[in-house]
Design a protein around this ligand. Structure first.
Ligand code: FMN
Length: 262
């Protein structure tokens, strides 16, 4: 506890957690307006504004995304967005400007390079995070959804995503119908370092046993019927995972016109 911990923004941030059950109530349009403005006000690298968000309002489309993600709560989300990298708009703007004679850059071949792709990923993620925080601040719950990328090709087809766009993440928002415990985070000394990365992995590893125990306790309380292995084991498993959670990126980005080798 310190004197600032009662600040409402800090309170919202320190109490954020994923919500996966929503009350079946629509979200007020005024709130939707605020959430979208908050997302737009996020920082943007070089002010390229290289992201867009698709509102998924069609129930059939929500169902299709839930099927891709294999997570039923996606279909139940009162508000659902898919954030995308968007250099398509920038190419159109650049061409338009060139047509009007304000710039020589008629066909910008660099909008498809890896750094532009990463800028778009960063910007889209920051915008999504701002929307999540705004929603939380207004008492709504959210879950970020990487699962919609289980079949990125299908998602691209469903949303008609054109050249130089790429799906980043979805965000489901609604009035919470559950109140899960906060998920513990690792001891800060494992994640924050002074001035340089520790030269010795022992510094990182000295607290991992403590975190295994903390998380084990959390999972025991949350899923007493479904034991979850220690955090270290989960990471060990993820480190050798070859399954569907290792989602292909470069080939699908190439289909969308990006060249991630440049
Ligand atoms: C990039 C990203 C993708 C995620 N994808 C999913 C997802 O597809 N489904 C889901 O239920 N949770 C998803 N999550 C939520 C994480 O599981 C969750 O943030 C993490 O377990 C920590 O729990 P907490 O958010 O409650 O603190 C995702 C989170 C991030 C940052």
């Amino acid at each position: 506890m310190n004197e600032h911990s009662t600040n409402t923004v800090i309170h919202t941030l320190l109490n954020r957690r994923s919500i996966r059950h929503f009350a079946p109530e629509p979200i007020d349009p005024d709130i939707v307006d605020l959430l979208e403005r908050a997302a737009q006000q996020a920082a943007s690298s070089q002010f390229l504004n290289d992201w867009s968000a698709i509102r998924i309002t069609d129930d059939g489309l929500k169902r299709a995304l839930a099927d891709i993600g294999n997570q039923d709560y996606i279909a139940q989300a009162p508000l659902l967005y898919v954030f995308v990298v968007d250099e398509h708009r920038n190419l159109a703007i650049a061409r338009h400007a060139a047509d009007g004679g304000t710039t020589a850059a008629a066909d910008s071949p660099t909008l498809n390079v890896s750094y532009r792709y990463i800028q778009g990923q960063n910007d889209a993620t920051l915008a999504l995070q701002s929307m999540e925080t705004a929603a939380n601040a207004l008492g709504l719950g959210c879950v970020i959804l990487g699962s919609v990328l289980n079949d990125a090709n299908r998602l691209i087809d469903l949303l008609h995503l054109p050249e130089l766009t790429y799906p980043v993440l979805a965000l489901a928002i609604g009035k919470p119908a559950e109140s899960p415990a906060l998920k513990p985070r690792m001891p800060r000394r494992m994640q924050f370092f002074d001035n340089a990365y520790p030269g010795d992995d022992a510094t990182i590893l000295e607290s991992v046993g403590e975190f295994d125990a903390t998380l084990h306790h959390y999972y025991d309380l949350r899923h007493a019927d479904r034991p979850v292995g220690p955090f270290s084991d989960q990471i060990a498993k993820a480190s050798t995972d070859e399954g569907p959670l290792i989602r292909p990126v470069a080939p699908i980005a190439a289909r969308q016109g990006f060249d991630l080798s440049r």
